[in-house]
Write a protein that binds this ligand. Structure first.
Ligand code: TMP
Length: 224
């Protein structure tokens, strides 16, 4: 598959992902940004990983099921990869080719943070699965909502549902956070850091200010 390797310049849409440790508020921020862009007439597709397609959502049920505590790290990596391959081919690339802004709750940076930094899988294995699943598609911008792990887990504790990864010890989540911060330090222009400890509305405004210029050359619904 070479389609995913198409450069952003050749693709009419924009691909923006949200990342962060558990409880960082990325889903809330994604929904708010989606509404704000839609109000401005931008064609927006919101989606998530694992998930975003019927097969992806079935994989999500499986990979996050708290009963499967003993799942091998490589099986876990491949399940996230399977969900992503389906998602890229059937949802993300078609949306980008139609000129939409795709807002996705987690993508490849999550696999590096969780499966390489968190689980300790070799980075070359993780990158190989990512390359296979995405065909080289990378987000134009990654919005990293950063929060101390204890604060994030405290917020997650208030949620009714827990997923299998929420149940990991604090040390695992700390490695995930460190992994995300290392990725952001390596690519500060593409991976943008936001302090998720600040009030929700403030984070929302900062995200919109960062994203609006990216959407400037994307056709609005009325113009298409
Ligand atoms: P969330 O959508 O509630 O954040 O849950 C998804 C969980 O899956 C979260 O614990 C992070 C984890 N995850 C990975 O470990 N690797 C991945 O590649 C992705 C997309 C998510």
């Amino acid at each position: 598959m070479t389609m995913g390797a198409q450069s952003p310049r050749e693709r009419p849409g924009r691909f923006i992902t949200f990342e962060g440790v558990e409880g960082s508020g990325k889903s809330t921020q994604l929904a708010a940004l989606g509404r704000a862009l839609a109000e401005r007439g931008v064609s927006v597709v919101t989606t998530r990983e694992p998930g975003g397609t019927p097969i992806g959502e079935a994989v999500r049920q499986l990979v996050l099921d708290p009963r499967f505590t003993g799942m091998s790290s490589r099986a876990e990596l491949l399940l996230y990869g399977a969900s992503r391959a389906e998602h890229v081919e059937h949802v993300i690339l078609p949306a980008l080719e139609s000129g939409a802004i795709v807002l996705c709750d987690r993508f490849s940076e999550a696999t590096v943070a969780y499966q390489a930094y968190g689980r300790g899988l070799p980075i070359d294995e993780v990158e190989a699965v990512i390359a296979l699943a995405t065909g080289g598609l990378r987000p134009d911008a990654v919005l990293l909502l950063d929060l101390p792990v204890d604060e994030g887990l405290r917020r997650v504790g208030r949620r009714a549902l827990t997923n299998r990864l929420d149940l990991e010890p604090t040390g695992f989540h700390q490695r995930v956070r460190d992994g995300y911060l290392a990725l952001a330090a390596r690519e500060p222009n593409r991976i943008r850091l936001f302090d998720a400890g600040r009030p929700v509305e403030e984070v929302q405004r900062a995200i919109l200010a960062m994203v609006e210029p990216l959407c400037q050359r994307v056709p609005t619904r009325s113009a298409r």
